[in-house]
Each structure stands twice: as C-alpha cells, then as structure tokens.
Design a protein around this ligand. Structure first.
Ligand SMILES: [Zn+2]
Length: 332
C-alpha cells in the first residue's frame, strides 16, 4: 500500500516536472514604463525603443534610415504607379514601393483634389486579420470605411497589407517586417509634396489597432494615433488569440500599456466597444485598467488630455465619428 502510494506520488511529480520543463515560467514585464519624472520617462522611452528595435530585428534598418529635419528618408522608395482613378473629391492610386531593396510592397494612396502643397494632413490607415489594403475604404466592413471618410474630408490617406503570417527574410521577425513596411509608408507620406510632415497620423482596427500602437510607439513622425479594438493586456491575448502579436523578449520586458506609453506625449486615442466580450474580445474594463497605466506617463509629461479612451456602443468595429473628430482636432 505504502509502495503503491509512493509510486503514485513519484508519477505525479514526474508528470508535474515534465509539464514544468515544457513551459518554463516567464518572468513578465521586467522593464515597465518609468514615469517617476519626465527625465526618467524620456530615458526609458529612448532605451525601450532601442531594445524593441533589436528584439524586432529591425535595428539595422532604423540605423540606415536617418530622416532629415523634414522627416524625409534617404532610402529610395522607387515609386511605381500601378493604377490611378478619380473618386469623390480625391484621386486614388495603387502604388508599388521598395520597403527594402529586396522587398516590394503595394500601397493605396489617396490625395484630395484641393490639396494645398505642404499643408495637407496624412493618415496611415491599417487593416486587421483577414483584411487587406482596400478594406479600410469599405463602408460595409468592420472598418466602416474610416479611410474613405478621411479621404473625403481632405486627408491624404495611405494603406498597405500587414496581414501576412510568414516572414520574407529568415533574419527578420513577422512583427518587424509588418512594422518596417508601415514605417516605409510614412516615408512615402513625408515624400509627398502636398503632405505636411508635421501632420501625419495613423489609425487602425484590431491587428490594425495593434500596428497603429507599434507605429506610433516606434516612429516619432506620427503625431496622432487612433488604436481601435486592441487596447488590452497580454494575459488576455495569451488565452487563445492568434499568437502573431508575440515575439521573443517582448513579454519578459513589457505590457501593452508600456508600448502605448512610448507614444507619449503625442496624441493617442484608444477605442473599445462596450459590446466586446471575453474570451477573444477587447472588453472595456481591461482597456480602462491599461489606459490608467498609460495616463501615468502622460501625466508626468504634463499632457494628460492628449491620451483618451473612447468607449463606443458597438463591438469590434472602428468608431468613425470619434476617430475622425480626434484626427481632425490633432492634425488640422
Ligand atoms: Zn495573427
């Protein structure tokens, strides 16, 4: 009896230790945002951008891409126009540009008919899982055509594809390739004669809200960020979300609120719908907790009003009225 009992305990311990070996304990959030003073915040931001660029395997690209005082990149874009059409008050082009010398990407660019040279605001519009560069203009989609509304309201808009789940180059990361493509879309925006480089924003829903977070965090040429349907914590996403948000080293160091804190003191709107539910969704209560963390940085920077959580009455959709009002207020 005693022998059987000991054997059972030993088996249990073995099973437990095997499970433990397969899933090593993750030391979480070891480099949280330091908002103890504005100096500490600035130092933490500079350090964290450098660390994240290394973790994303894009530090060599950032080092090579040193924008001038106007934010213009020295890397050639080699723009090719694939299609051009007149729309309601704006022109819409399908372009191809070089993201890297060995990587070409397609970009939708819309330019208002009455665009004033050097004075026009621009917004990078970003789709989510299962979408593509056209869908953010579709009024019948979950994006509610927010990019089309911006195009019709005097903004230059730009959109590219970020939904791939394979890396092109083995030495890159998926998130790093997606983000670098978006940085190159900002390079394209800054190169346009009608665009005011001081009035560039980004906006997206779901994976697009996540990529808007990354673009606002890592590219300080972005002056206003709308991140819709994404503000949450990593614990929520560990419970069954598509794992493409993660990469080695991220969870050890940061929470999403920390990545958003890299946008401080620039304008930030997060949108969450009151009909979002767990599991799989981005509910308001988790977003409120994360926004309280983000606000610590904005308070230290003396810019508490620059960050806001816009709660709307729908589910996992882009709320066009609050998003457009925010971009108009911060980019016009
Ligand atoms: Zn994914």
């Amino acid at each position: 009896m005693r022998l059987q009992f000991s054997a059972a305990i030993a088996t249990l311990l073995l099973v437990h230790s095997a499970a433990y070996t397969e899933e090593p304990k993750l030391e979480l959030r070891q480099s949280p945002c330091d908002s103890s003073s504005s100096q500490a915040l600035g130092d933490w931001q500079a350090r964290s951008r450098k660390t994240l660029a290394e973790l994303l395997h894009m530090d060599d690209q950032i080092a090579a891409d040193r924008p001038d005082a106007q934010g213009r990149s020295p890397l050639p874009l080699n723009v090719e126009v694939l299609k051009r059409e007149a729309c309601n008050g704006y022109e819409r082009c399908l372009l191809q540009i070089d993201s890297r010398p060995d990587r070409k990407i397609q970009v939708v660019l819309t330019v208002p008919g009455n665009a004033t040279p050097g004075k026009t605001p621009a917004v990078v519009c970003i789709h989510g899982h299962g979408g593509n560069l056209d869908i953010v203009y579709d009024t019948k989609s979950v994006y509610c055509g927010f990019a089309r509304t911006l195009a019709e309201n005097g903004f230059v808009t730009l959109s590219t594809n970020v939904g791939q789940h394979e890396t092109q180059s083995p030495q890159r990361t998926l998130m790093g390739e997606r983000l670098w493509d978006l940085i190159r879309v900002v390079d394209l925006a800054v190169s346009r004669p009608e665009v005011d480089p001081g009035r560039i924003g980004c906006a997206g829903l779901s994976l697009g809200g996540e990529m808007a977070m990354w673009l606002g965090a890592m590219d300080t040429r972005i002056h206003a960020t709308v991140s819709s349907g994404f503000l949450t914590n990593m614990e929520n996403l560990r419970k069954g979300h598509c794992p493409c948000w993660d990469f080695p080293g991220l969870q050890n160091r940061y929470e999403f609120s920390d990545i958003y804190s890299l946008i401080c003191p620039r304008a930030l709107q997060c949108q969450n719908g009151s009909l979002e539910r767990l599991p799989g969704g981005f509910p308001v209560d988790l977003a409120e907790k994360a926004m309280a963390e983000i606000k610590k940085a904005y308070r230290t920077a003396g810019q508490e009003q620059a960050a806001q959580l816009a709660v709307h009455g729908a589910g996992h959709v882009f709320d066009v009225p609050s998003g457009i009002a925010f971009l108009k207020a911060n980019l016009n």
